[in-house]
Design a protein around this ligand. Structure first.
Ligand code: NAP
Length: 496
């Protein structure tokens, strides 16, 4: 029985869009992209909180083959990213192949028919020769189970479900969390509300953001002479690469670089916050890079304002009209803004139930063994499956470096399989084990294992204490391997 589709792609964010473009390039045109939200764009559709912007310069945070000369700023606001995603999806004829409001519950490999059977909420099933999951890393919002939160009588908004109609004017608000989202949100909220209390459990490293509008003349130049934007991308990507490779991955060999980044963040804090006690509270006590650092020129300054308070006592419980901390103090609020991030390791790897060959459950396999994926993309016993958001897959600082390396990997793998006249592939146990050994060894030099990360509470680490999210190599290495990996790292043909 032939499958209905060449491929099912799960997720219509930038990862799923990249996968769709690559499938078309490979001649596998008959695919569908399933998306649980009501429109495309992934993160950039879901997140609409005030202050949302990229913090990787836009010349780099975009597809290299689809430059956008119209970015308004060096770091574009979130709405421009959403618009860019729409533009790419339309230009590459993907929108008509997307199905929104479609929640994929799971997928099971049907060895007899060499196809994936994908189950969608409501009971529908789809069959496809190939399954590609592009469900993102930060796509399962996390709300901590604060006792009493259900009794709160005011408004609760998680940053991934912003209520545009809710007026913050004159509110007494709390923001819980001080990650990258809060760093963007807090200054914006402070401008609107009467009182703002920021509940911080772990301070975050913040360095200045060198941002500015891109003048019309430069945008014109980018449009007329694309090489100029390419050059800007190259310079920016090189700087990010150096920061990541030297400061994070080669921490053991280049500790001073990491220390210099921390010194810059400390100087930034010193220059922006007047009160020494507040400064002390905002100073992280773990090494730079253990947790994703962030960029802002306004976050620290916000704490100088008389109506903005920083609360570092742990939250004990929530009452209908406030938050009570462990010292018994109650902060009265009417608006609770949750910048509490995402659950990566419990519910996102994988985001849906995936059952491979011999009934192996991917989530269980990862939890019972170690989180692993060959080149961050394929797993033994999961034929014809590409997991684009896998352990060790995130390469570099811009997500687009990851997406494009994975597109190249897809290209090489599918081209070889089709050249052989086959229609199944599966990574070998040997290749997967060797890759896992290699990344494990490389992590030994990184800040994650060499640095002081004990108090960071970083989502880079999983429940086993392994920093299994980032690929511990340069992006150059990731891109080179994507086009040179040994073809016999896979078996091709029939798996049944
Ligand atoms: P996050 O980094 O995971 O931060 C969540 C915050 O909530 C942390 O400060 C955390 O404290 C706090 N929190 C969680 N549970 C808590 C509890 N029970 N009690 C008190 N505090 C609690 O999430 P995020 O800020 O949404 O950012 C996630 C990622 O999204 C970023 O790292 C970044 O990769 C991406 N992002 C990117 C941009 C951009 O500009 N490109 C913007 C926003 C986000 P602890 O640290 O103590 O756990």
């Amino acid at each position: 029985m032939a499958p209905q589709w060449d491929a099912v792609v799960v997720g219509a964010g930038f990862g799923g869009i990249g996968a769709g473009i690559e499938l078309d390039r490979l001649g596998l045109h008959d695919f569908v992209i399933l998306e649980r939200e009501d429109d495309l764009g992934g993160t950039w559709h879901v997140n609409r909180y005030p202050g949302l912007a990229v913090d990787i310069a836009s010349v780099t945070y975009s597809y290299s083959f689809e430059p956008n000369p119209s970015w308004s700023r060096l770091f574009a606001p979130g709405a421009e990213l959403k618009k860019y995603a729409e533009h790419v999806a339309v230009k590459y004829d993907l929108r008509r192949r997307m199905r929104f409001g479609t929640v994929v519950e799971g997928a099971r490999w049907d060895a007899g028919n060499e196809q994936w059977v994908v189950t969608v909420a409501g009971g529908e099933t789809l069959t496809a020769r190939y399954l590609l999951t592009a469900t993102g890393f930060l796509s399962q919002p996390y709300t901590p189970p604060f006792p009493g939160i259900e009794s709160f009588a005011g408004k609760i908004i998680h940053t991934t479900a912003w209520d545009d109609d809710y007026d913050l004017t004159d509110r007494r608000a709390a923001v819980i969390g001080t990650g990258a989202t809060a760093v963007q949100l807090v200054p914006e909220v402070a401008e609107r509300v009467a009182e703002l209390t920021v509940f911080q459990r772990t301070p975050i490293w913040v360095v200045p953001k060198v941002d500015a509008p891109i003048p019309g003349v430069v945008r014109g130049l980018f449009a007329k002479v694309p090489l100029t934007q390419k050059a800007a991308r190259l310079v920016n990507t090189g700087m990010l690469e150096a920061l990541m490779v030297v400061g994070v991955l080669h921490y053991a060999q280049a500790k001073p670089v990491n220390s210099a980044a921390a010194a810059l963040a400390r100087a930034h804090l010193y220059a922006q916050v007047r009160d020494p006690e507040t400064r002390a509270k905002l100073t992280p006590h773990y090494d730079f890079g253990c947790k994703r650092p962030t960029f802002s020129n306004t976050y620290f300054k916000t704490f100088n304002q008389p109506h903005v308070h920083l609360e570092t006592n742990p939250i004990d419980h929530v009452e209908p009209d406030g938050i009570v901390t462990a010292d018994g103090h109650k902060t009265e609020i009417d608006t609770l803004l949750l910048a509490t991030g995402f659950n990566l390791w419990d519910v996102n790897f994988p985001a849906i139930e995936i059952i491979g060959r011999d009934g192996v459950d991917l989530g269980k396999f990862w939890r019972d063994n170690r989180f692993q994926a060959y080149e961050g993309i394929t797993v033994p016993k999961f034929p014809n499956f590409l997991s684009l958001n896998s352990p060790y897959s995130y390469s570099g600082l811009s997500y687009f470096t990851t997406i494009e390396a994975q597109m190249k990997h897809m290209g090489r793998l599918f081209t070889e399989m089709l050249r052989r006249g086959e229609h199944t592939f599966e990574v070998t146990e040997r290749a997967n084990a060797e890759f896992l050994d290699r990344v494990t060894a490389k992590l030994g030099s990184s800040v994650f294992y060499g640095g002081d990360c004990a108090t960071a509470r970083s989502y880079y680490f999983n429940q086993h204490g392994e920093a299994a999210l980032l690929r511990p190599t340069s992006t150059t290495n990731a891109h080179r391997e994507a086009v040179t990996f040994p073809l016999d790292d896979y078996t091709y043909g029939r798996t049944a």
